[in-house]
Ligand binder design. Structure first.
Ligand SMILES: *Cc1c(COP(=O)(O)O)cnc(C)c1O
Length: 360
């Protein structure tokens, strides 16, 4: 068996320790004679799995009591509709567009009400985060929406926007648990887990309880109503059971590593290895404003399509997978989520140095 260094943006690398444990428990989960995939979601062992996962997540993120934690399906993209359907009481929302995911969310919300784009970085192909310290927040906005880490472009908010008292909603898919989040500052935090936490198929929604109600837009499907899932402890219907189980293991792994503060330090150290190299390279360069750089997704270019193709091909042959940039951006992108060891980034930089020497 040999594992590659997987720089995929998602689904992405998971901790090897977690995968080994899951493999050990695959045929017989703790003596009950079946795998977690095969057990009833109404069974006692599964109830324990989901309860433990929630408790560990609450501990990791210091989630206050007046917030609900939901484990749902439909991916992050389904939340693009669920958010306006549940939260648009006035029929108005403000969106900050910093990339494709925020743009898609705004476009979806337009189906349900009035969407105001109160800031955007589209003018420079989303290579920066706009100044969000004094935004023209709409008086009647039900919420202000951000995508906190822009997976495709590699930018991240270092300061949350001043929403002038309005509810902040954040898609944190690609920075979930990469560092501490101050949950109190948000009304809703959500993300698909396949970037930084677990297997595709589970989305976690953390939502302040007063935002959960029966007053949703007319026609909202039962399954898209937060109250449906909050009332049922995420067990209204069959949840993404196996995904929740793996997420639970990743939460334990994060706790063992010292929690989110320790993770942030590690992620900063790890990203620095790559950014420092990019900043002095004569061949490669990063594509976003330094102050807005993501710790999780690092896009970079050579600026020569043939050399980039060569780099991607040779890096793959050397055991570095999925370094090709997003199809809409080109170039390269290294996603270096929690489970990517610093050794992986050091090895990548060594490979890039060698490539630079040989091809410059
Ligand atoms: C990947 C991603 C999405 C889409 O997630 P799905 O689970 O595929 O719907 C949305 N937002 C962000 C920030 C992402 O990185």
């Amino acid at each position: 068996m040999s594992r590659v260094y997987n720089f995929s943006a998602g689904p992405a690398v998971l901790p090897e320790e977690v995968l080994r444990e899951a493999a050990e428990e695959m045929l017989d989960y703790r003596g009950i004679g079946m795998s977690v995939m095969e057990m009833s979601h109404r069974s006692k062992p599964f109830q324990e799995i989901i309860d433990t996962a929630e408790a560990d997540l609450r501990e990791l993120m210091k989630i206050p009591e007046d917030y609900e934690v939901l484990f749902l399906q439909g991916g992050a993209s389904q939340q693009f509709a669920a958010v306006p359907m549940n939260l648009m009481k006035n029929g108005v929302a403000d969106y900050i567009v910093t990339g494709q995911w925020a743009k898609k969310a705004a476009q979806e919300a337009e189906k349900y009400g009035k969407v105001n784009i109160i800031a955007s970085s589209a003018d420079k192909t989303f290579s920066y985060i706009p100044d969000v310290s004094d935004l023209p927040v709409s008086e009647d906005a039900d919420y202000v929406y951000i995508c906190e880490n822009n997976t495709i472009y590699g930018t991240k908010y270092k300061e949350l926007p001043d929403t002038k008292g309005k509810t902040l909603v954040a898609d944190v898919s690609s920075c979930f648990l990469s560092e501490p989040h101050d949950v109190k500052k948000y009304g809703v935090i959500y993300g698909g887990v396949q970037k930084n936490i677990g297997p595709a198929g589970t989305v976690i929604v953390i939502i302040r309880k007063d935002l959960i109600s029966d007053e949703v837009l007319p026609g909202t499907p039962t399954m898209l109503k937060y109250k449906t899932h909050a009332d049922a402890g995420s067990l209204y219907n069959t949840p993404p059971a196996y995904g929740i189980y793996i997420c639970g293991k990743v939460f334990k792994w994060l706790k063992k590593r010292g929690g989110l503060g320790a993770m942030k330090e590690y992620n900063e150290r790890k990203a620095k290895v790559l950014y420092d190299y990019l900043d002095q390279s004569k061949m490669f360069r990063g594509t976003v404003e330094k102050k807005d750089r993501s710790l999780m997704n690092v896009p970079f270019v050579i600026g020569d399509a043939d050399l980039e193709a060569k780099f991607i091909q040779e890096s793959k042959a050397a055991g570095f997978e999925n370094l090709k940039g997003h199809r809409t951006v080109g170039g390269m992108r290294a996603s270096i989520y929690n489970a990517m060891p610093i050794e992986g980034v050091e090895a990548l930089v060594a490979f890039m140095k060698k490539f630079e020497e040989e091809n410059l």
